[in-house]
Design a protein around this ligand. Structure first.
Ligand code: PGA
Length: 253
């Protein structure tokens, strides 16, 4: 049995004060949701307020990115030990917006995942194809490259969580159909089995991300290889994110 994970990616939204308020509301709403790991990933500046607001609750806090070095002359960057010291437990790595706008590559994903694991935190590593790649029939080839070059060395580490996020579904309101998600998730699990063995593949949590909403999560989670969601827009509102957490639990019980 894989414990589902519902992670909220707040992107560049919410000040520290707003983050604290939303998380306090969320903690109350999900107080009874057992059997689902719930993670909220606010901007770096809101991490201390988020950790404080989530203390003693079911909600874990994560960062949205990190640098792969422990320290150094990298203006504007944030190292994993700095994130860990604040009490965050997860780090999103390789989000398509980082790949698209900030030069993230499979090679930097590999180094960042290593750094997150070395600090004892859980990476949520994102993979996914663009619309152009899907239309060209390259979806599985792109994903295979992203996994082989960015994640293969780390697949055996239980802390690793993978998120399949088709780029064309992010922030567009176009969720992948449950069948489309399942096809890719099953492929990723099979590839993991090939690279790291069946027991690793059986234990790997693979989340779906891309316009997940309270009314789409149940059908996605009903698929056998979908183990949770990475939620952007719908995670900004405590009530809608809590609803997604409830639906996720209901589906996998
Ligand atoms: P979305 O974002 O839910 O707003 O599509 C998902 C993500 O980027 O992780």
């Amino acid at each position: 049995m894989r414990t589902p994970v519902i992670a909220g990616n707040w992107k560049m939204y919410k000040t520290a004060r707003e983050a604290g308020e939303t998380i306090r509301l969320l903690c109350d709403l999900v107080a009874d949701v057992s059997g689902v790991e719930i993670v909220v990933c606010p901007p770096f500046t809101a991490l201390p307020a988020a950790v404080e607001a989530a203390r003693g609750s079911r909600v874990a806090v994560g960062a949205q990115d990190c640098h792969w070095e422990k320290a150094g002359a990298f203006t504007g960057e944030v190292a994993v030990p700095m994130i860990a010291e604040l009490g965050a437990s997860h780090v999103i790595v390789g989000h398509s917006e980082r790949r698209q706008y900030f030069g993230e590559t499979d090679a930097t994903v590999d180094k960042k995942v290593e750094a997150v694991l070395a600090a004892g935190l859980c990476p949520i590593a994102c993979v996914g194809e663009t619309l152009k790649e899907r239309e060209a029939g390259q979806t599985l080839a792109v994903l295979e490259r992203q996994v082989r070059d960015g994640l293969a060395r780390h697949l055996g580490t239980r802390a690793l969580v993978v998120a399949y996020e088709p780029v064309w579904a992010i922030g567009t309101g176009k969720t992948a159909t449950p069948a489309q998600a399942q096809e890719v998730h099953a492929f990723l699990r099979k590839l993991t089995a090939k690279l790291a063995g069946q027991p690793v593949a059986d234990g790997l949590r693979i989340l779906y991300g891309g316009s997940v909403k309270p009314d789409t999560i149940s059908a996605l989670m009903a698929e056998p290889d979908v183990d949770g969601g990475l939620v952007g827009g719908a995670s900004l509102d405590a009530a809608s994110f809590a609803k997604i957490c409830f639906c996720a639990r209901a589906q996998k019980q």
